[in-house]
Design a protein around this ligand. Sequence first.
Ligand SMILES: *Cc1c(COP(=O)(O)O)cnc(C)c1O
Length: 373
Amino acid sequence: MTTMASRGGARKTERVFNYSAGPGTLPEPVLRQAQNDLWDLFGTGIGICEHSHRGPAFDRVTEEAEADCRAVGSIPDNYKVLFLQGGASTQFFMVPANFLPQDRTADYFVTGNWSKKAYKEAPLYGTAHVAASSEEEQFSYIPKGNAIGYSDNPVYVHFATNNTIFGTQMKDVPEIPDGAFRVGDTSSDMYSRPIDVTKYGLIYAGAQKNLGPSGTVLVIVREDLLDKPARELPSMLRYALHAEKGSRYNTPPAFGIYLMGQVFKWILGEGGLEAVQERNERKAKLIYDQIDAGDFYRGTARAEDRSLMNITFRMPSEEIEKRFISEAEKQGMDGLKGYRSVGGVRASIYNAFPEAGCEALAGFMKDFAQKNG
Ligand SMILES: *Cc1c(COP(=O)(O)O)cnc(C)c1O
């Protein structure tokens, strides 16, 4: 039973290791700060969710969130930073709505469920072309080189940098035709490693994997692209308007912006993106090493395309996988079940997921393979 008391009053000091793919684990110091600021932000006697979005306290929240976001990603001045709503899925159609004229083509990498969903929205506005797909091999790899075939003169090339469900990740952005710009769905690996913003026209990231609470989306967009919208659109769908109004055309997702801001501060405090990447590599290696230790575990992603964020693997039978997941749960490891249509195990180990959790899982995997292999 969940009562108010058991939720908040009797706060557990021990948290479980949460391998959930999203919403995922957030940094502990951020959550502790948020507990405080929900009650009283900056000593104003008013909590973060209660402040006017036009008042000075929230001005400070937005300004700091944007400044820290720019500092983390070394975002140049000719890029706008927007905090929008509707999750990453709203970007699936906002991108073509704003940029794809009816008589033009946009190219899509189809490398997982999310990028496929993005691709399916584009024909509402113009022509969509699959530049590359790994669907015929269960999205187990990232197409490169000859496997990519662009259309004649695409407006943009859309791809997901990390495929949350299938556990693959792009190591480099793809080369693209002259005249086109890159659109990156970085929802599940935003700020998990250095990112060269200048390689993109637009980057979007739903917050709930690495950045904050669900619903809020970080959008980084090159200013010059906002000058030539592809069509008339409702106000809420226009990037240019959100940019002009500093993400405050309407009431913005205040708590989401606040929490993302705290996460950016946390990343800066951790030493920035290089330090974060280094730790993410170390964390992922602990688990991949167990996968590679024998043939009990079978990684589902091609080794060269393995994700540092979502680690997916199978075992000799579904029955064994079920046991693995339920025994892990008893040991305080939650959320390891693979995506519903894919099965197997998925360990999502985003930025804030503790290294101790990766050690715990690696140890558990070793034991489990010995007992069941
Ligand atoms: C989770 C995810 C999405 C969907 O995000 P919503 O906020 O639920 O719309 C889109 N793309 C990628 C890569 C994701 O991981």
